[in-house]
Ligand binder design. Structure first.
Ligand code: PRX
Length: 656
């Protein structure tokens, strides 16, 4: 955003300003100033006010072993206690915690008391199967009450969960079970999405068949559909059988604040996905604070985050944040386009949703559907219950922002464009709905206390109006603690020597508006792609491609896509001659499906092209910037003098 660009500024309504938890810009600035004055004191105050501790902490931040920071380290708590028991003790036992809507529209309501019983019974079952504090449990479940119960049950007994998104392949599941050294897996027979039953358990069996899952002694299977399901004697047990005879109460395991609540695997620029490890105390604090300040959550709200529990958004804003705040939330099993593209709007109407949080990709695809058919346009539904809208996962383009604001929010609801990452645990840069004037396409200003900044390659601040590298200058409570099993990679990835290990490196580029200082994220600066808000490493996709017997070499880049934000474009050299015509199409399809099986359908390249070779420098380095231009369909204007084989460019420019 430069000074010359005309920017529209949207002020929060007076009503919102008067009633929001952070009321007006002065209140926002006062919080930032408090953190500036006494950084540790600020976070300590908030941690005491918002989290219930079994043993209070006396030390706020320990930086002795930087960048392995510790927060509230001598405090003890239980995250599940904070999400369930403390709400019930406050009189919310009968309040609806979860409104679950299944793919077929069936609605189930669970109160806080019911949820505590369900979590306790499963926690007891896990204990009876030998799961102890610190053990890793992989959860491979569809969107379900059981998924949330499984995560909370792990938290209750101090087991560290690692949720694997239900769309990941057997290979990806196997790699995660193996890397985490999981002792148990919780899964389902099938999942229901878009009117179809999709098998899950066979994928689990395939993963186990690959070897490397030997640490995992028990597989608990939730019977979702009753479809055909092979049970391995001695290893597999039905969830309903595991729960039989278990007591309704379960004493929580009080854990240290730093105890790992979960691992969540995410893609990096090199090699295999990394197991991002989060803490209990600091993580919970930020989940609660962001619910209260970014979403302004109130007792009467009906909150709906449309993410899957397989991603960090589902962890913080489905499993932990809303429950820790005693709110009522929607959990949705299905997809936004089934039975038609009005599903989200109908659900908002039916359940009187007040705070709605979704991804730009979903909005863009629903705009397209609404343009084509009035019946699925938001105007055909009563969305008057809404008061706040949110966006997450990728940059929201101003046109989609405006549409969301006008058509879904009735030009009345603020939009919080929340920038954050798996590693950050919760929101980092975001408007606060009763304080921050909004500018479409900008995630505006840091959450109070978060020291976000933009620097150059040497770590020096760049002036506003000039693009650079997004960093966070001070550790914050909900930050990643390490990469599970690979502390060196943690240091190299996030506290690299380039900045003398001073700052957390987000991996994104950003620019601050010259006048307002508002942040706009300009995209990843590493080899990570963002397709429909899903994060994928180009190297991961390349490795999957070269694992195919026909493939000699592959290079993957991203290109802009109107619907998915970025699209995957793969350039492939086969071991045989370069195919053309129908044969090329057929092999391309085979390779796409192969990637789908290796990683998961979300990683299938949209665009796949064949060459006799790849553009390389004389020293053999693939020239990715050229490939990016080719993928975009741009004329090559860059200097190609160092290119060993310039003729290859024309070949690669041909789409199939
Ligand atoms: O590039 C940024 C983009 O998503 C990345 C983080 O992806 P992941 O760890 O999968 O977490 C997604 C959900 C928090 C970031 O490095 N990103 C996320 N939110 C935004 C965004 N880019 C622009 N604007 C956002 N609001």
């Amino acid at each position: 955003m430069s000074e010359a660009t005309e920017v529209r500024v949207y002020q929060p309504s007076q009503d919102m300003v008067s009633n929001a938890a952070v009321s007006g810009m002065d209140a926002y600035k006062a919080l930032c100033a408090e953190a500036e004055r006494d950084y540790e004191g600020y976070w300590a105050r908030l941690a005491r006010e918002h989290v219930t501790w079994q043993t209070p902490f006396t030390r706020t931040l320990n930086e002795d072993n930087r960048p392995f920071f510790k927060w509230f380290e001598d405090g003890k708590l239980n995250v599940s206690y904070n999400c369930l028991d403390r709400n019930i003790e406050a009189g919310l036992g009968d309040k609806t915690a979860i409104i679950f809507e299944a793919d077929d529209g069936t609605v189930t309501r669970v109160s806080y008391s019911d949820l505590l019983v369900r979590v306790s019974r499963l926690a007891n079952a896990l204990r009876s199967k030998g799961v102890k504090k610190g053990d890793r449990v992989v959860i491979y479940l569809p969107m379900s009450i059981e998924g949330i119960v499984a995560m909370q049950a792990c938290a209750r007994i101090g087991a560290t969960h690692s949720v694997v998104f239900g769309g990941f392949s057997a290979q990806s599941l196997r790699d995660r079970i193996s890397d985490a050294g999981a002792v148990m897996l919780i899964t389902a027979d099938e999942q229901c999405r878009g009117g179809k039953n999709i098998p899950l358990k066979p994928i689990v069996d395939e993963a186990f068949g690959m070897g490397g899952c030997e640490s995992c002694k028990t597989v608990i299977v939730y019977k979702r559909t009753g479809g055909a399901c092979n049970m391995v004697a001695g290893r597999d047990v039905w969830l309903h059988e595991a729960l039989e005879g278990q007591a309704d109460t379960c004493e929580p395991e009080w854990v240290e604040a730093e105890h790992p609540l979960f691992l969540l695997y995410t893609s990096g620029s090199t090699g295999k996905p990394k197991g991002v490890q989060h803490s209990s105390g600091g993580y919970l604090l930020h989940a609660i604070l962001t619910m209260k300040w970014t979403f302004d959550i109130k007792p009467s709200d009906v909150f709906w985050c449309t993410a899957d529990i397989g991603w960090v958004t589902g962890h913080t804003y489905i499993t932990y944040g809303p429950l820790a705040c005693g709110s009522t939330e929607i959990v949705f099993e299905g997809v936004p386009t089934y039975p038609d593209a009005g599903r989200f709007w109908k659900m908002i109407q039916d359940h009187k949703v007040t705070v709605f949080y979704t991804a730009p990709t979903a909005i863009r695809s629903l705009i397209k559907a609404a343009d084509a058919n009035d019946a699925v346009h938001p105007k055909s539904y009563d969305l008057s219950s809404l008061r706040i809208l949110g966006s997450v996962g990728e940059p929201i383009n101003p046109a989609a922002w405006e549409w969301y604001y006008q058509n879904v929010g009735g030009s009345r609801c603020p939009i919080v464009d929340t920038f954050w990452q798996t590693e950050t645990g919760g929101h980092m840069i975001t408007p606060l709905p009763g304080a921050t004037p909004m500018v479409p396409g900008s995630c505006t200003l840091p959450f109070p206390g978060i020291q976000a900044a933009i620097v150059d390659e040497t770590g020096n601040d760049v002036p506003w109006g000039q693009g650079g590298i997004l960093v966070v200058k001070k550790p914050w409570p909900s930050m990643i603690r390490t990469i599970y099993g690979d502390p060196d990679r943690f240091v190299k990835s996030y506290y690299p020597a380039d900045f003398q290990g001073r700052y957390y490196l987000a991996g994104d580029g950003a620019i601050r508006d010259a006048k307002t200082g508002y942040f706009t994220i300009t995209g990843r600066i590493d080899d990570v792609l963002n397709v429909s808000g899903h994060r994928m490493g180009t190297m991961e996709i390349e490795s999957a491609l070269v694992a195919h017997p026909l493939v000699a070499e592959a290079a993957v880049v991203g290109r802009p896509d109107d619907l998915t934000g970025e699209a995957i474009c793969a350039f492939v050299v086969l071991k045989r001659s370069r195919p053309t015509g129908d044969e090329a199409k057929q092999i391309a399809n085979e390779l796409r499906n192969w990637v789908g099986k290796e990683i998961g359908p979300i990683a299938k390249p949209k665009d796949l092209r064949f060459g006799d070779n790849l553009p390389k420098t004389r020293s053999g380095k693939i020239m990715r910037r050229l490939l990016r231009s080719i993928a975009k369909g741009e004329q090559i204007t860059q200097d190609t003098s160092t290119l060993e084989n310039p003729a290859i460019l024309d070949q690669l420019a041909q789409t199939l």
